[in-house]
Design a protein around this ligand. Sequence first.
Ligand SMILES: Cc1ncc(COP(=O)(O)O)c(C=O)c1O
Length: 406
Amino acid sequence: MAPHLELEEELVSVFRSVLRTAGFVGGPMVEEFEREFAQFCEAEYCVGVGNGTDALRFALIAAGIQKGDTVVTVPNTFIATTEAISQTGGRPDFVDVEERTYNMDAWKLHEYFETQCCLDRGTGKLLNRKTGSRVAGIVPVHLYGQMADMDPILELAERYKLLVIEDACQAHGASYFSRRENRWKKAGSMGVAAAFSFYPGKNLGACGEAGAVTTNDPMLARKVRMLRDHGQLQKYRHEIEGYNGRLDAIQAGILQAKLKCLPRWNQKRRTNARRYGELFRSQAGRIILPFESHRTKSVYHLYVIRVKNRDYLQAHLAQANITTQVHYPTPLHLQKAYATLGYKEGDFPVTEKAAEEILSLPMYPQLEHCQQKRIVQEVISSLAAETVGTRNRNLIPATASEGRAD
Ligand SMILES: Cc1ncc(COP(=O)(O)O)c(C=O)c1O
């Protein structure tokens, strides 16, 4: 049963109670949810906003990213990450991801600063050598539910005086063992601010659009509150120009109800991931399974495997009525939208290779053992059919037609 249906009665009663008070935007439900989500993330403040893209954009602006600033992120993410940077007036720049986690490679980030940037002696600011623009921030994306390696990223940020804004849109409840602090830290508690999306398919999903910014900085939280509401904290007193990016009460009430289930749902996702691992054990070497570092606890927003002939497997699974997706088929640096940034194929080889081979298998808390067994059987039979097809193809005389049924 889908998470929304599991709580149908409770969610409908949220709608009824908001209908009766007619307090559709803001109000006590939004404030209560903000308190509870801040607590869940082990952050001081949470500000509810319209969606995850708003959350990123407001967090970047409130943290101090300015027009012309370069903000470094990864090419293997949803375009909202870079849209938010551009819409803040910044310029997105990329570093490649780690081979095993698909998250920002801290070593490559280090290399980027060393080889592509220089310090302005006068101002002490870090500049991108090619564009001359100030490098002002880093947006690590906690992709697929697993946190990026935050310790070295934060160390680099401190060294170069950069802002770190976490894109935690896929990582509600994920955690990371910080060697610097010698304790587990939650997604949303490590950067100057973090952005969450509550798009319906997320681990914590609304019944519509919603998002939130978390932070430990009271001034940053204050600024995000203004930004989401036309620059005002008091009606018609506009301290700055802002946006219409508020969280509505119905979504807040729904999120509040679902937040209570989130630890259990995340645990179920982890159990499902472990089960996939066991079911795929015989396929070691043919399928690369998700890698969870001992320093992270992933909440498996997605379960992403990697195979050589991904498109063949995806088509096979579709025929068996198993829906899969690719997150993401075209890396951002190769998207038409970013042609002006001047990147080319080969610039981020780890991301580019992964984009050809990754496949997100069904993953949600209510996924049952028998469903997983069937999915795994279909994956295995697809790989076997492909191997037989390849073998047969090798036996076919050169005159035989291409594209046999394999
Ligand atoms: C990594 C990442 N960043 C940002 C977003 C944007 O969130 P929203 O769709 O709520 O605007 C998403 C949503 O899919 C995401 O996955």
